[in-house]
Design a protein around this ligand. Structure first.
Ligand code: ADP
Ligand code: MG
Length: 245
């Protein structure tokens, strides 16, 4: 249901050794939100997304998914990730499998769908990202932009409630950035709930319902794209955005 709270993060902190990488993060995501997270390299953006996908364990704090703490080690991570999916900068496709199998495996293994159903669903999402003609290709035969569109189709085929993107266009040659952003723009338009870490400021401004600026493991500022891009309050936000002018 639109507006329903999906994730609530409370007092989340993460240390790597003695290095505090996330410090007392409070933040929530509701259905229909398109949240862009911006901030300099090293500010903790990936660590935050990785905590939300159970790829890192918080040092302290809670991550509530519909009220249930996923950070307590008891949750079935594969099941959870079928509800809260993730798209990585480096695609993370299964390189030994063709495109279609990449988009079917999670559905058959985790969601226990039949092969026929998984294939039909995979085709639907491959069509959506414009990659249906490539079902028999192996990842190594594809361009970066094509690989990322496959990774997005694979994530969508699980029909997640929330999709996390960690700099999905940062590993791409400049001419391929547009085709991936276009797919994401379409998904936002269709109402998919997303959290997107990105350095694509024009995209963040146009597509997000909300922008979060992080620095040194802290959320410094959180607001509408208009608030953040046109009238930033925090000096660090101003300094960061100034670099893109
Ligand atoms: P961002 O995605 O904003 O660039 P990261 O979350 O990747 O930031 O990193 C934040 C900080 O945490 C950096 O100082 C980084 O070196 C450190 N870090 C990230 N992952 C690890 C790890 N597995 N072990 C130790 N330090 C890490
Ligand atoms: Mg990162």
């Amino acid at each position: 249901m639109k507006g329903e709270k999906i994730l609530e993060i409370r007092h989340l902190s993460k240390m790597f050794g003695k290095n505090p990488v996330l410090r007392d993060i409070d933040f929530s995501v509701s259905s229909g939100d398109v949240t862009c997270i911006i901030g300099a390299s090293g500010s903790g953006k990936s660590t935050l997304l990785r905590c939300l996908n159970i790829l890192e364990t918080p040092t302290t704090g809670e991550i509530l998914y519909h009220g249930e703490d996923i950070a307590d080690g008891k949750v079935n991570a594969a099941q959870y990730r079928s509800r809260v999916g993730m798209v990585f900068q480096s695609f993370n496709l299964f390189n030994n499998m063709n495109v279609l199998d990449n988009c079917m495996i999670g559905q058959t293994k985790v969601l226990k769908k039949s092969k026929e159903e998984a294939r039909k669903n995979a085709m639907y999402y491959l069509e959506k990202v414009g990659m249906a003609p490539y079902i028999n290709a192996k990842p190594k035969q594809l361009s970066g932009g094509q690989k990322q569109r496959i990774a997005i189709a694979r994530a969508l085929a699980m029909e997640p409630e929330l999709l996390l993107f960690d700099e999905p266009t940062s590993a791409l040659d400049p001419q391929m950035v547009g085709e991936v952003l276009e797919v994401m723009r379409k998904l936002a338009g269709e109402g998919l709930t997303m959290i997107i870490v990105t350095h694509e400021m024009a995209f963040a401004r146009d597509v997000s319902t909300r922008v979060v600026f992080m620095a040194d493991g802290v959320i410094c500022e959180d607001g509408t794209p208009k608030d953040i891009f046109e009238n930033p309050q925090n000096p660090q936000t101003k300094e960061f955005l100034g670099r893109f002018m």
